[in-house]
Design a protein around this ligand. Structure first.
Ligand code: ZN
Length: 353
């Protein structure tokens, strides 16, 4: 992604998404922060997501990026698969140690489901009123009824300023994380979905399945039109045999929805790390860029079609002049015309003979 200069009237967009690692100067905690605004916006645009869909996938994409930092392997690949009972059915994220990430929802909401969610929770839109103080007691600006008021009501158990995604994700299901370190080193673990808020469930996974005392919080802030305004996340862990008291304190702070409140303004990774450590000193271990990228391409599309077998591919070629294959992860569409399909079928038959 280019580093284009798009400043308007003194407004500077965040340059690129980045991930930054830090260690608290007293060596009690390791902290990783990620600013993922651009990649979440790109995923949202590619998949045509709206409201709560953006927040759910955005939290998962951000968490995926943070989860690639648990080892020092640059080739580490983390796959998150959430299967759940809600209308979204879950999501998939595939993040790599080189900073690339891709992901998709299992299912999109219909317009009716979207409207029902707005009516029930107001969570299909972003936090109402950018100037709200962050209190959940109905201080959001704007109309006192409708989505804004419903949102304030729905936040009571979630934290001020934080959109509840559980009604769309569902509160029953499984989160499976597969960690691929290359050279056949693979680790897979899973936990039951407990909250349906995505980041909370992945935090539960880290603590329960990988037994790493961790605090994980990821947030996506939408503007009034439902576009991504900011997205970021934070992963904080103790070192082996470390004291978890500080971590518990941080968990308390984040449980109150304070990351969402913090993101009412543009924040750098350094500011997010500073916030997590209550302003205490940390050693900056450096930053690396993050971006949405999918490894698909025309050849991958051909491979997918070839799994149908020669006879079915020939039937497709007879039925329609062009067959489209859509990549689930990034929404890219690859078109194969009848001639290409027949050539592929012939190749498969030759391979078998
Ligand atoms: Zn793709």
């Amino acid at each position: 992604m280019s580093h284009e200069d798009t400043r308007v009237d003194g407004w500077y967009p965040p340059p690129v998404d980045e991930l930054r690692r830090a260690i608290k100067t007293d060596f009690s905690l390791r902290v990783v922060a990620a600013v993922t605004t651009r990649l979440v916006a790109e995923a949202s645009e590619r998949h045509g997501l709206r409201g709560v869909e953006v927040v759910a996938l955005g939290r998962a994409l951000t968490a995926g990026c943070l989860l690639t930092t648990l080892t020092k392997h640059a080739s580490e690949r983390v796959r998150v698969e959430l299967r759940s009972s809600g209308p979204l059915r879950g999501l998939l994220v595939d993040a790599r140690g080189d900073g690339s990430v891709r992901g998709c929802l299992q299912r999109h909401l219909s317009s009716d489901e979207h409207a029902q969610l707005v009516a029930r929770t107001g969570s299909a839109s972003g936090p109402a009123g950018g100037s709200a103080s962050g209190s959940a007691s109905g201080s959001a600006s704007g109309s006192a009824s409708g989505p804004a008021a419903a949102l304030a009501g729905s936040l009571a158990g979630v934290g001020a300023g934080r959109v509840a995604v559980a009604p769309a994700v569902g509160q029953h299901g499984t989160v499976t994380v597969t960690r691929d370190l290359g050279l056949d080193q693979r680790y897979q673990g899973s936990v039951e979905v407990a909250s349906g808020e995505v980041d909370v469930d992945l935090e539960h996974y880290l603590n329960a399945s990988e037994q790493l005392p961790s605090v994980l919080a990821c947030e996506v802030i939408l503007d009034r039109e439902g576009k991504v305004l900011r997205a970021a996340g934070l992963l904080c862990q103790t070192f082996p045999d470390g004291d978890t008291a500080e971590l518990e304190q941080l968990r308390g702070v984040l449980a109150a929805g304070n990351l969402a409140d913090l993101l009412r303004h543009d924040r750098s990774c350094r500011e997010i790390i500073g916030f997590s450590l209550g302003g205490e000193a940390f050693d900056d271990m450096g930053a690396s860029p993050l971006y949405f990228r999918c490894g698909c391409g025309p050849e991958r599309a051909r491979q997918i079609v070839s799994t149908l077998g020669a006879a079915d591919i020939e039937a497709l070629a007879d039925e329609q002049p062009q067959t489209e294959v859509r990549c689930e992860y990034c929404g890219a569409v690859y078109a194969l015309d009848s001639a290409a399909l027949r050539a592929l079928a012939a190749e498969i038959r030759r391979g078998r003979s």
